[in-house]
Every structure is written in structure tokens, then in C-alpha cells.
Design a protein around this ligand. Structure first.
Ligand SMILES: [Zn+2]
Length: 91
């Protein structure tokens, strides 16, 4: 069974709308992944296993206005990647 970080799902879901606020931001896969990683470093993970557990954890997160923190963390990640993108690195 998979263990999922509900916060990670939330970050991916809102990535587009936050990046849309910075029109000249690079949207390549590397930059998007970097933004998500930076955002998640600032957020407390919440893990869930079953679909039911996922729904409950998610409802709890919404109730705590956790979404605002998520959006702020994504915006900070966008700003950081915008100034210092890593997509030219040889991997
Ligand atoms: Zn890029």
C-alpha cells in the first residue's frame, strides 16, 4: 500500500495557480519540481494510507486554514526558483 503525503498533493494541485501570478516564470518540469520541493521543506507533512484516511486528513487540513500556509510556501518557492533556476544543470 502506498503512503501519501496529503500536503504534497495539495502543493501540486495549487502549483499552477500560484505560478500563474508570475507570468515570466519558467514552467519546465525541473523548475516545477524545485518549487514543490522548496514548498514542502517549509510545510509539515501529513501522511495518509487508505482513501478514507486521505479524505479525513484532507478535511482536517482544510479546517485548519492550512491552505494559506501552503500557498505562501509555494509563492516563496516560486520566488526562489525564479531568481535561481536549476534547469541548466547536467543531471
Ligand atoms: Zn525551468
Amino acid at each position: 500500500m502506498d503512503v501519501n503525503n496529503v500536503v504534497e498533493k495539495l502543493v501540486w494541485e495549487h502549483l499552477d495557480s500560484v505560478m500563474a501570478q508570475k507570468p515570466d516564470m519558467c514552467r519546465c518540469a525541473r523548475c516545477q519540481a524545485d518549487v514543490v520541493a522548496l514548498a514542502l521543506n517549509h510545510l509539515k507533512p501529513r501522511y495518509a494510507v487508505s482513501p478514507m484516511g486521505y479524505a479525513i486528513t484532507r478535511a482536517e487540513i482544510m479546517e485548519q486554514a492550512f491552505l494559506v500556509n501552503v500557498l505562501v510556501a509555494i509563492a516563496q518557492g516560486v520566488e526562489q526558483v525564479y531568481r535561481n533556476p536549476h534547469h541548466d544543470e547536467v543531471t
